[in-house]
Design a protein around this ligand. Structure first.
Ligand code: ADP
Ligand code: MG
Length: 310
């Protein structure tokens, strides 16, 4: 099978307006409050994962939907500049999604206007791209109610591809995944999401539960690094020390590292260490993509660097 892409990401892409650090409390009543910094960067879990993977050297495609507006043009330009092949449907009825991230220390408030996300469907993904990608990743499951991810993943499997899912948060708090996990080879939640998805309080138990049936699970645990489980073996990896500016998109950069490790057939501990390094290194600059590492840089941060071929 000829593959045009190593990775197809289907999901969310939007400008992130990052402002902060914001005071506590935030004042309403039309008060003008000055904050130290603000920028507009590429956001959306899917878009950040796509950029991270392209930076690591994968051939990456992104499929999704934007509005006929400046925000949609910005998303297209920033993905293209990152080396990602864009397959974006332009919607005349809804606007490009837009997120405002209010930062305060290591915490952040995230306000999203979903726009075209709620109108994204599986038919937005060009069949020939789906048929010629080695791996298909879908992001922000609960923000994309009309996207039939199980159908996309079934089609990916039919073409011999592997699949991964980062649900991210569920704003409705229902955590109903339907039958998507049955079609998911790799699930990539953060710690809070792993607990909610598995309905288990203990993180190792949560990972083991999500891994049932031989699924691969990698759980992101912020400054505590990450862990992975394949239904038999638990692997844990502490994070590396970096000078963190903000953690926007760290989990999405982790996804890029994990998928790269998967496609390179790295052993489990090294695959997780690569993901953790990619997450940590991405926190060195504001927003999700500015500090994403190239592969050599990420590998140089792995504990056992130099002891094998990767
Ligand atoms: N403050 C931090 N210092 C070092 N590494 C971090 C930090 N925050 C995140 N990371 C790295 O990024 C990964 C993903 O971050 P996390 O915040 O857990 O995910 P998400 O963004 O999905 O919530 C972590 O597993 C870790 O490797
Ligand atoms: Mg996340």
């Amino acid at each position: 099978m000829h593959h045009d892409f190593d990775l197809l990401v289907v999901g969310d892409a939007n400008p992130d307006v990052v402002i902060g650090p914001v005071p506590d409390p935030i004042e309403f009543g039309q008060r003008e409050v000055l904050v130290p910094a603000g920028s507009i960067v590429l956001g959306g879990s899917g878009a950040i994962t796509a950029c991270g993977a392209a930076r690591l050297g994968l051939r990456v495609a992104f499929a999704g939907r934007v509005g006929r507006d400046h925000a949609g043009g910005l998303v297209r330009d920033l993905l293209t500049a990152a080396g990602v092949a864009c397959f974006l449907v332009t919607d005349d009825e809804a606007g490009t999604p837009l997120t405002t991230v209010l930062t305060r220390g290591s915490d952040r408030a995230i306000l999203t206007a979903a726009g075209t996300l709620a109108r994204t469907v599986a038919a937005d993904v060009p069949p020939e791209v789906l048929a010629t990608s080695r791996h298909v990743h879908s992001s922000s499951y609960f923000l994309l109610p009309r996207l039939d991810v199980p159908a996309l993943f079934r089609e990916a499997h039919r073409h011999g591809a592997t699949t991964s899912l980062d649900t991210n948060d569920d704003p409705a708090g229902r955590w109903d995944t339907g039958d998507v996990l049955a079609e998911t080879d790799v699930v990539l939640p953060n710690a809070a999401e792993a607990r909610k998805l598995s309905r288990r309080a203990d993180l190792v138990e949560a990972a083991a539960a999500l891994a049932e049936g031989g699924r691969l699970v990698a759980v992101k645990n912020g400054a505590d690094g990450g862990l992975s489980h394949d239904g038999h073996e638990l692997v844990q990896c502490p994070t590396i020390t970096v000078s963190t500016v903000d953690a926007v998109g760290a989990g999405d950069s982790f996804n890029a590292g994990f998928i790269t490790g998967l496609l390179s057939e790295l052993p489990a501990h090294r695959r997780l260490a690569l993901a953790v390094a990619c997450g940590a290194l991405s926190t060195r600059a504001a927003g999700g993509t500015a500090a994403q590492p190239i592969l050599a840089e990420a590998l140089a941060h792995l504990p056992s660097h130099g002891t094998d071929q990767t």
